[in-house]
Design a protein around this ligand. Structure first.
Ligand SMILES: *Cc1c(COP(=O)(O)O)cnc(C)c1O
Length: 246
């Protein structure tokens, strides 16, 4: 686990300006992509992915109007959420998750976007139930065409999605809100997100209330918006390149 330390207080002014500038660029990209797709700008929400960046950045982002932040590693997310308990943001857990950590994630996450197997459903249900809270979840769909790719990228195979959705629907402390996906490396994002749109259509026939579609990152948010994304997850284009540690 890398230690992410904030810079001195004197650096917060320039950092705020930089984040504000980057946010304006990303918001304009979202606006333009929506306009091109004939969608209203308010149909696409921005989740800023703050992994590897300090809690101070979350504060600055909240101050700049960001309401949703994403994290992909449990320990880092848990510590940052605790350090930002007074900051009005929703915490999205977007990363690969070990089943034995699922119950703990349910303690601070507002939305878990990366539910891709039944074992996570039981862990999240247990963790949410224990704290007497309802937890929103998205099912992460694998868009890999060649099975479980070399990197073993996560996601539920499309043919197992219906069964996984039933598991979530049957978990009383979980609320099924929709789908999430990452475009496979090396594939045209439009092709991958086109498949995602078809998968989503089938899924929504059975779960019409689960309308969220989290897709698109710094490099491919326009393609995701063309194919119906309601939430884009943007890290580097807002915060800058992540440090190459870990
Ligand atoms: C890191 C991450 C992102 C953000 O990616 P950027 O390229 O930095 O915009 C989005 N989604 C997931 C699942 C991630 O892990």
């Amino acid at each position: 686990m890398s230690e992410v330390t904030p810079g001195p207080a004197t650096s917060l002014g320039p950092r705020r300006d930089q984040l504000a500038e980057n946010l304006a660029v990303v918001r304009e990209r979202i606006r333009a992509a929506c306009a091109e797709a004939g969608r209203e700008t308010d149909q696409v929400a921005l989740t800023v992915v703050t992994k590897f960046f300090p809690a101070e950045d979350v504060r600055l982002l909240a101050d700049l109007g960001v309401r949703d932040v994403g994290e992909n590693r449990h320990q880092e997310a848990e510590a940052k959420a605790a350090a930002c308990a007074d900051v009005p943001v929703s915490w999205h857990f977007i990363g690969g998750l070990q089943s034995n950590k699922a119950a703990a994630v349910a303690g601070y996450a507002d939305l878990v976007e990366s539910v891709d197997r039944p074992k996570l459903v039981s862990g999240l249900q247990r963790g949410a139930d224990r704290r007497g809270r309802m937890l929103d979840v998205l099912l992460q769909v694998s868009l890999d065409t060649a099975g479980d790719g070399p990197g073993g990228r996560s996601g539920c195979p499309p043919d197992q999605l219906a069964a996984l959705a039933e598991r979530v629907a049957a978990a009383p402390a979980l609320r099924l809100r929709g789908l999430m996906a990452v475009a496979p490396l090396g594939e045209e994002p439009d092709a991958a997100f086109g498949r995602l749109a078809e998968i989503r259509e089938v899924f929504r026939a059975r779960h019409p209330e689960a309308a969220m579609l989290s897709a698109g990152m710094s490099n491919d948010l326009e393609a995701a918006i063309r194919h119906g994304a309601t939430h884009v997850r943007v890290g580097r284009s807002v915060l800058g390149e992540r440090p190459q540690i870990k």
